[in-house]
Design a protein around this ligand. Structure first.
Ligand code: GDP
Length: 297
């Protein structure tokens, strides 16, 4: 189920309850079941669904004085909204780069998640905010990664660093960051490799690059179409790279998004940005309340 349908289904479940003539208890059970099913089908992890369901039930019981069905409906809508916000709101502020210093931002994530695209999006985002921005391509694993970054960067008028001949990503990352630091670049974005298979090697390489460039912020690029895998995936990356925020990609189109919501809840790491298309300007900042309000329409 795509994310927009989740909102519609939750609203319909609440609406059904408030207009049905069933007794409160059975009506509430039916509504909670429908809301839970909708969340599960959107790939929200069952642990979070159970927690959310219990919390709604508890709050409804505590506030049983809401007399009419219309009042109950408002109350339920508020509880559902608050609970969904709580799932994606980690209360942590994503990193805010400072002017007149070098802010090093390292991107991690699996191949195909949208890392290279998102690196450029973020570079353009900061360039528009008057930061001096440089991009470093430390992905020596994927053939064509450097060309892709170089092309994107050139099109957007952003400085880049990479090598066709050097195949040590750690060395490239170190040299690129050094070069941009010397030239007083304020945002230095490092794109790393995201190979699918050899996960162990990927994690070792990530840690070596981390040691070499000491990032101020590491961002995990997470594909919103990833489904249930997203939570485990994010947990593994969290252990290996301790990323500080998430860039959630491909939220346009057919993304279910629930897996990403679960990944946020499981790693307690905020989503800082959303990718809403393939173009460089398709980047949005993430605000939990806005995101859920939009979801629930
Ligand atoms: P990488 O292997 O992680 O560096 O992934 P790429 O940056 O090459 O992206 C993989 C594919 O996802 C490309 O076709 C991108 O255009 C596409 N992509 C990246 N971000 C988004 C997004 O927010 N929305 C959509 N629809 N596609 C995206």
């Amino acid at each position: 189920m795509v994310l927009a349908d989740l909102g519609r289904r939750i609203n319909a479940a609440v609406g059904d309850f408030s207009s049905s003539s069933a007794a409160d208890d059975s009506g509430i059970e039916a509504m909670l079941k429908e809301i839970s099913n909708a969340l599960l089908e959107s790939d929200v992890h069952f642990q979070h669904v159970i927690k959310l369901r219990n919390s709604i039930k508890k709050q409804l019981a505590e506030q049983a004085d809401a007399s009419s069905r219309a009042n109950k409906r408002k109350l339920i809508q508020k509880i559902v909204y608050d609970e969904l916000v709580a799932l994606v709101d980690t209360q942590a502020e994503p990193y805010k780069p400072k002017k007149n210093k070098s802010n090093v931002i390292m991107f991690v994530g699996t191949q195909g998640a949208g890392k290279t695209t998102s690196c450029t999006k973020l570079a353009v985002y900061y360039q528009r905010r008057k930061f001096k921005v440089g991009l470093v391509c430390a992905d020596t694993f994927r053939a064509g990664a450097f060309d892709q970054l170089k092309q994107n960067a050139t099109k957007a008028g952003i400085a880049f660093y990479g090598s066709y001949t050097e195949n040590d990503p750690v060395k490239i990352a170190r040299l690129g960051v050094e070069k941009f630091k010397e030239a007083k670049y304020e945002i230095i974005i490092v794109d790393t490799s995201g190979r699918h298979k050899q996960a162990e090697e990927l994690f070792v390489e990530m840690q070596e690059i981390d040691d070499a460039v000491s990032p101020d912020q590491t961002i995990l690029v997470l594909d919103a179409t990833n489904g249930q895998k997203a939570q485990d995936h994010a947990k593994a990356f969290k252990e290996a790279s301790n990323f500080g925020s998430i860039f959630l990609t491909k939220l346009d189109g057919a993304a279910k998004g629930g897996g990403a919501v679960s990944a946020v809840a499981a790693t307690q790491t905020p989503i800082a940005f959303i990718g809403s298309g393939e173009h460089v300007q398709n980047i949005e900042t993430f605000t939990p309340k806005q995101f859920i309000a939009k979801l629930l329409g």
